[in-house]
Design a protein around this ligand. Structure first.
Ligand SMILES: [Zn+2]
Length: 410
């Protein structure tokens, strides 16, 4: 067991490919759930984050809300203009069916709501489970991914809450795994001990969990424990009960800091410095439209500390220290990066399909992304770049001992 288990993040990347595009030190995305958002707060967020500061995050939305606790919650049904106002890449399940009173949920709702987003011309790439929704895939409930249910006497029922085939059909390739990680700098290689220390934030707890983890690995027990501490990968394939495989990702932060006030702490300048020191990715967990209960009547939604943190991120982005993007671009980049192969003898850089997020890789899939390579014995004059179907013509940028390929947006 020893070596393999202690190193939890196996390098699957081609050794020529660098972790991040030059000269960025880390990559940040925001993964926000739309719970409790009032339209006036939505307008403030849209104005501040996307129009005034101009951050390239993508948002999530409810297709339609039936939640009787939040009757004024923003949804696409009541506010069809939201999708055009700023980028979105995430559906927060099929809508808000939690606390819907007599209004239940079944597969037909998913079929109807899939038609609504198709009509709006929207393709979600990400699915995040919502609260205690029975149709969730992983968080609290898992019925959304189970085509059949079996009772204690052995009777088998078709499950009308099952919609994973529809989730995949509308375009989702990445699913939140229902957990948040306190580890700053996701997707970077870490030894198991370092990971447990970073996760626990304390030497003593970290070492205890590390020893427990090693013992559980050795004896093949503690599945729940090992599932919780599955490692620091930025994405991982997961086979659901219906046989379909999608990628899972974790979000960074903590449950109590998952609102607009907590976001100021999660993204505070000193924490962004820490992220750039450690390197790697950060998919920050939040609810942009939610505020602490004691600020319900405050006329201002985004507090000064969060505003300052967001402005600092824009500065870091403009200085090309911190890459900032939608969650889907961040995950697409990581998957594409890990499937590049560099053929030194043939002088070919190949972008290969992973088979889950991408069936083919061409100019359309790579649009807007950049990748950096070690130069070594590669000759920039003769090296060719291929996708799965055709030859690609990215812009080359020479950095001396490294070079980048830019797939510019025309
Ligand atoms: Zn939610």
């Amino acid at each position: 067991m020893a070596k393999q288990n202690r190193r939890i993040e196996k390098g699957r990347r081609d050794p020529f490919v660098l972790a991040l595009p030059y000269p960025f030190k880390a990559w940040l995305a925001l993964s926000s759930d739309p719970d409790n958002t009032l339209f006036k707060d939505w307008q403030e967020l849209d104005g501040v984050i996307w129009k005034e500061i101009g951050l390239p995050f993508a948002d999530s939305f409810f297709i339609r809300s039936f939640n009787t606790h939040h009757t004024h919650q923003v949804d696409l049904h009541g506010h069809p203009g939201i999708l055009a106002s700023h980028p979105h890449d995430t559906i927060h399940t099929w809508g808000d069916f939690v606390f819907g009173g007599k209004r239940g949920f079944d597969r037909q709702d998913a079929i109807d709501h899939a038609a609504i987003i198709a009509q709006a011309g929207f393709t979600p790439r990400i699915w995040t489970d919502h609260s205690t929704f029975f149709g969730n895939l992983l968080h609290v409930h898992q019925y959304g991914g189970q085509p059949e249910l079996r009772d204690a006497s052995g009777y088998v029922y078709s499950n009308t809450l099952y919609t994973l085939d529809l989730i995949q059909a509308v375009g989702v390739r990445y699913v939140w795994d229902g957990t948040v990680t306190p580890v700053m700098g996701q997707g970077r290689p870490m030894r198991l001990l370092t990971y447990h220390m970073a996760y626990a934030g304390s030497f003593r707890t970290g070492v205890t969990r590390y020893v427990k983890h090693l013992l559980m690995n050795a004896f093949g027990v503690g599945i729940d424990f090992r599932k919780k501490f599955h490692g620091n990968s930025i994405y991982r394939p997961h086979r659901f009960a219906d046989g379909n495989t999608l990628y899972l990702f974790q979000r960074h932060g903590s449950w109590p800091s998952g609102d607009i006030d907590g976001l100021g702490e999660v993204l505070a300048p000193e924490r962004m410095e820490q992220l750039m020191r450690t390197g790697g990715f950060c998919i920050a967990y939040t609810h942009l439209g939610k505020r602490p209960a004691n600020r319900t009547h405050d006329p201002v939604h985004v507090p000064a500390s969060t505003l300052a943190a967001l402005r600092n991120i824009k500065d870091l982005m403009e200085r090309k220290e911190l890459m900032v993007s939608s969650t889907s671009s961040l995950l697409d980049y990581a998957v594409l990066r890990d499937h590049i192969s560099v053929d030194v003898r043939e002088h070919i850089i190949r972008f290969n399909a992973d088979g889950i997020a991408f069936k083919t890789v061409g100019a359309a899939e790579l649009k807007g992304l950049s990748f950096t390579f070690l130069r070594k014995q590669l000759d920039l004059e003769t090296v060719r770049v291929r996708g799965t179907i055709e030859e690609l013509r990215p812009r080359f940028e020479d950095h001396g001992d490294r070079f980048s390929l830019h797939f510019d947006v025309p």
